[in-house]
Ligand binder design. Structure first.
Ligand code: ARG
Length: 578
């Protein structure tokens, strides 16, 4: 089944060809709906190319377009824009095709394999709101990639192999010096040491603050980290324990957030490829020594911005964050056949990724694989500064979810007596996610609990409520033996909905091209609003005209299916009721 707009575009292309003009044709929703449904803006460039008057070309084309059965009216505006008004039958056919296969609105047959690196939580450290956006945006982009036809591989890329690990191990060593992990002759035996995630959350800030404030402690932590990276048996066993405890907790939180990964790899896994990578870099003469460190020069002659060399191995022998990312690329392109690798992190990491990408290209670790940095803006508090707890600390993500859950539970229908907390939590997560995906990816936004959970606002709450209401209408109809079947009727509200549906494929494509979910969020709100207007104007269940009733019910089903699909792309679950 060919998507109707592409079909029309081809038809116009053929008409132009018959008039002697060669060009690709794109039509888009009209900026002035009073003049037409869609517009074609391609006449002016064509006039330039063929040295002709645009109005002449437009008039000739319009004569042909007016004959199309899909078109009710076509006219020229301004210097040569063509406005198109569709016949209702065209829109009805399109809706019926969508009813049969809603997928025609998303799939773009983009057959790429895209590797997505997102989440990036740090082991032993509390998962705070700063990590929310990476997981949220990454998950939604993965689902968007799948919906347009791509294969995806997702990796959480744990921060598990850096100096903080040395600090945490040192703190544990100081507290429990007798643990077998710290014995000279430790030999891999099972250790009875009950370490919980709460212990780690308590330990981590103390350990890192001590090291930062005291040079001797820092030096000790550095040494431990160096030994750990060289597989000191005791440290390594303890490190494994820390990772296990931490990852279990992280998995629970991601599960609540409806976020999942194909791979649970981390910096450590990449570090296993370090020797291979270094050997390769030496063989290519890409790496050199400088002040005891091993570095890669990546500055290019025409650079006007700063581009410091990438440090692979620091002068103290430790491998850098950049090196782990370069090794990760090495690993990924050797294991998989990838068209692209996407990274979702705070936009403040842009320089880091620029350095890594340049080094990967310069050393030809990647040739055809495109490396893409999808940075995002910060979630701020009401004061416009990065979101903090009341006492100024970082806000754990779990606390944020609890806070919003309490707010949503207050607003929940009092008639719901069972599972109130779980339902409220699902709504809270929808509210958080939607608010997070609504601004353009790189834009900062302010966290505002009232605004995000408002049942009448541009919110996840409103979308869930409306979608559940569509479902309950369909259920009620079913209990009366009325089933959706075919659209036969379009009044003015339904026509607007049909046009919005027709535009969806373009919105999906643009969201994919921009790697941002903002347009999908806006679109969901718009189409839900249009549907709600239609819903309040009609009494579907008591409508006497049976064809009309079934037509309206079918439209409800299409919008319901579409909302479910789009919410699913955003990674939002829909509760049974609310
Ligand atoms: N763990 C890192 C952090 O908290 C984010 C990891 C991002 N991904 C990557 N491949 N470097 O900043």
């Amino acid at each position: 089944m060919i998507y109707k707009i592409n079909y029309l575009e081809n038809k116009i292309k053929e008409s132009l060809k018959s008039l002697g003009y060669e060009t690709d044709v794109t039509i888009s929703p009209s900026k002035m709906p009073e003049l037409g449904d869609y517009q074609f803006n391609g006449i002016m460039p064509l006039a330039k190319k063929y040295h002709e008057n645009p109005i002449n070309i437009a008039n000739k084309l319009i004569e042909l377009i007016k004959e199309y059965p899909e078109i009710k009216d076509a006219n020229v505006a301004g210097p040569g824009f063509i406005n198109l008004t569709f016949n209702n039958s065209f829109l009805i056919d399109f809706l019926n095709e969508s009813n049969e296969n809603i997928d025609i609105n998303y799939n773009q047959n983009i057959n790429k394999t895209i590797f997505l690196d997102y989440g990036g939580p740090n082991v032993a450290k509390v998962l705070h709101v700063g990590h929310l956006r990476s997981a949220n945006i990454g998950e939604a982009l993965k689902r968007l990639c799948n919906s347009v036809g791509c294969n995806t591989i997702s990796d959480v890329h744990l921060g598990d192999w850096g100096r903080p690990m040395g600090m945490v191990i040192l703190e544990i060593k100081n507290r429990y010096p007798l643990l077998p992990y710290f014995k000279e002759d430790y030999n891999g035996e099972e250790v009875d040491f009950n370490l919980t995630n709460d212990d780690l959350l308590e330990l981590y800030p103390i350990a890192t603050t001590k090291a930062k404030e005291n040079a001797e402690i820092m030096e000790e932590a550095r040494k431990i980290n160096y030994d750990l990276q060289n597989k000191h048996p005791g440290y390594f066993a303890l490190w494994q324990k820390i990772v296990e405890v931490s990852v279990n907790e992280i998995k629970k939180l991601y599960k609540d957030l409806n976020i999942s990964f194909d791979l649970w790899e981390g910096e450590y896994d990449s570090s296993l490829y370090m020797d291979e990578l270094l050997e390769y870099l030496y063989s290519k003469n890409i790496i050199r020594e400088s002040e005891g460190a091993k570095i890669i020069d990546i500055k290019e002659d025409n650079d006007n911005k700063e581009m410091p060399p990438l440090i692979m191995i620091k002068s103290n022998g430790a491998i850098s964050y950049e090196a782990t990312d370069l090794a990760a690329i090495w690993e990924r392109v050797h294991k998989f056949n990838l068209n692209e690798i996407w990274y979702m992190t705070d936009k403040r990491q842009e320089l880091h990724f620029n350095q890594v990408f340049r080094a990967a290209q310069k050393s030809a670790i990647v040739d055809k694989t495109k490396l893409v940095f999808n940075g995002y803006g910060t979630m701020n508090g009401a004061d416009g500064k990065p979101f903090k707890t009341r006492d100024g600390g970082v806000m754990p993500l779990a606390n944020l979810i609890d806070m919003v859950t309490i707010e949503c539970e207050k607003r929940l229908n009092p008639g719901i007596t069972e599972n109130r907390h779980d339902i409220a939590k699902t709504i809270a997560i929808a509210a958080i996610k939607y608010a997070d995906l609504l601004p353009y990816r790189t834009t900062d936004y302010n966290f505002d609990i009232e605004k995000f959970t408002d049942l009448n606002g541009k919110t996840g709450t409103y979308l869930l409520y409306s979608t559940i209401r569509m479902k309950s209408l369909l259920n009620k109809a079913q209990s009366l033996n009325i089933y959706p079947h075919k659209i036969t009727n379009l009044n003015s509200f339904e026509r607007k909905i049909a046009l919005a549906m027709l535009d969806l494929k373009r919105i999906i494509k643009r969201s994919f091209d921009n790697c941002s979910l903002n347009e999908i969020c806006e679109y969901l709100y718009k189409i839900t609003n249009l549907y709600n207007n239609f819903y309040s104007e009609n009494h579907i269940l008591t409508e006497n005209n049976k064809d009309l009733q079934i037509s309206m019910l079918t439209l409800t089903k299409i919008i319901y299916d579409n909302n479910c699909k789009l919410l699913d792309i955003l990674g939002i679950n829909i509760p049974e009721k609310m």
